[in-house]
Unconditional design. Structure first.
Length: 195
């Protein structure tokens, strides 16, 4: 439960008894919980001097003035929302898999670690001139076994790395566009699909 206390015209959200007692001892006054619920609903924890001012009226009640967020604040919030949207799209793309030789392979982080481990073993085998690895069997997204020659597997691993790099670069380019946007309208035109 969030309690709203006002000390010297400063709105303070408190969620523990120790802070509330301390503020009250300094001369703060507390808005009754019924009024907090009625006026702020579930958003009591967001009440602050940046978005409203609260004055206790001598005859009882309160004068609450909600400040309209500045255009810059609204733009920053819209940018943050757009960045979160792009992060989700990036993560979905990174984990959506990769088609190679008519098979779809998973490309989650753990899959890429496994691929890198197999590449390391393969390279060590090649460098030692033992060449004991003549084929690599990998499982596709449908649990079908796919046989690779060492060179095919290196090509596959290279494609996975390139796939990851392209998605990451795309996300970074979109992030730069978002940061440079000067209006909500500009932000609305920026989508994962359009880039």
């Amino acid at each position: 439960m969030t309690r709203i206390l006002i000390l010297d015209n400063t709105i303070i959200n408190v969620d523990n008894e120790i802070d509330a007692t301390n503020l009250l001892s300094q001369g703060a006054w507390e808005m009754p919980q019924a009024d907090v619920k009625r006026l702020f609903g579930n958003l009591a924890n967001t009440a602050s001097n940046s978005n409203c001012s609260i004055t206790k009226l001598p005859e009882g009640g309160y004068n609450i003035v909600f400040n309209k967020p500045s255009d810059e604040t609204l733009l920053q919030e819209a940018k943050e929302n757009k960045l979160n949207e792009i992060r989700v799209k990036r993560d979905e793309a990174l984990e959506s898999g990769l088609i190679y030789k008519e098979h779809t392979f998973q490309t989650r982080e753990k899959d890429k670690l496994n691929i890198n481990g197999a590449v390391t073993n393969l390279i060590l085998d090649m460098q030692s001139n033992s060449n004991t690895i003549t084929e690599i069997i990998w499982i596709d997204i449908n649990d079908e076994r796919v046989v690779f020659t060492p060179q095919e597997f290196l090509n596959f691993a290279s494609m996975v790395a390139y796939h990851t790099q392209e998605i990451t670069f795309k996300a970074n380019a979109i992030k730069e566009k978002i940061e440079q946007a000067n209006s909500k309208e500009e932000l609305d035109l920026i989508t994962w699909e359009n880039e």
